[in-house]
Design a protein around this ligand. Sequence first.
Ligand code: NAG
Ligand code: NAG
Length: 356
Amino acid sequence: MRPHWLLLGACGWVLLLLVFVSKFISFRAVDDYGERSGAQTWTVPGTKAVQAAAASEPAKLQPTEQPSAADWPSVVEKRAELVSSVCEDLSLRNLTHVHINRFVLDRIFVCDKHKILFCQTPKVGNTQWKKVLMVLNGAYSSVEDIPESLVHDHEKNGLPRLSTLSPPEITHRLSSYFKFFIVRDPFERLISAFKDKFVKNPRFEPWYKHDIAPAIVRKYRKLHRDSERPGTGLRFEDFVRYLGDGEGRRRMDRQFGDHIIHWVTYAELCAPCEIHYSAVGHHETLERDAPHILSAAGIEQLVSYPPIPPGITRYNRTKVERYFSDISRRDVRRLYARYQGDFRLFGYPSPDFLLD
Ligand SMILES: *[C@@H]1O[C@H](CO)[C@@H](O)[C@H](O)[C@H]1NC(C)=O
Ligand SMILES: *[C@@H]1O[C@H](CO)[C@@H](O)[C@H](O)[C@H]1NC(C)=O
């Protein structure tokens, strides 16, 4: 009798484990796009849910106000011209120019087989791009086949970082490979990072709530009595004050390590004034940008970008207004002063509705 019960017990544990793991996987897959779309329900884990959502509303995938796919190369070219002209603007120099240091080289993933470099910028569908590169490297035949857990395992996913190569190897790749990254509205990005890292606080990333949040609260919360009350976590207001403090946060950021990739500027992540990128995609127009990047890199026959959930990439001004409604004008202006380089480099309009 006993072996039967043992077997039953073991099966129960395996089942529980599977349920837990599947939750983890579905969270990662959806999280990667930045936001959950209010209209969708995400019950099926992984890409299947993404595909089902995309299939049910195909008409919404291509907003009508965008230039056509045929005109897209000129859109991308104008973006590149904007980047180079803003890079020359001396008044923005300390916001747009950075050294190509180890931190930047750590952000860039290499696909030697097809001569592609991809600079990773969180909250804009990066997992999907990494999967695309993994398929190109030949380990998998399609993005659907890649286990979600493998994508972020940098030991095993077969995508080396540029920082692992020698200086001559790095220089060679930077000067001859196809290079790209994706951006989104800078303030919406910060809201997304705040929600993801400090509100949701997934169990597998405890350091945001337990180390980073208390350090920011200690330094930047106005009413210190408030911060001693238990259960008052990081507020968006504290986060904005920390982000807007150019000088003061430098030492903290060193302690926070690579976790700051979720909120430091795109200029600091990818060095767009030092590295001549072949394309900068916009999250808001990913439906157009993803196929364009694949074709510009000469790989559109080999791999396709996973289906994009409808509406999920759209800029939401209401949300931005709501998050900033409690923030003082002074703090918003300081924040904008820090992120102005990103707004200007990538052609996002300055958020006058928050600044005036
Ligand atoms: C950029 O440099 C100017 C002076 O040239 C300085 O006033 C400003 O605070 C600097 N901004 C940042 C974000 O470091
Ligand atoms: C925009 O954000 C607001 C506030 O978070 C939300 O209620 C609304 O559903 C969002 N709109 C869209 C189209 O997602």
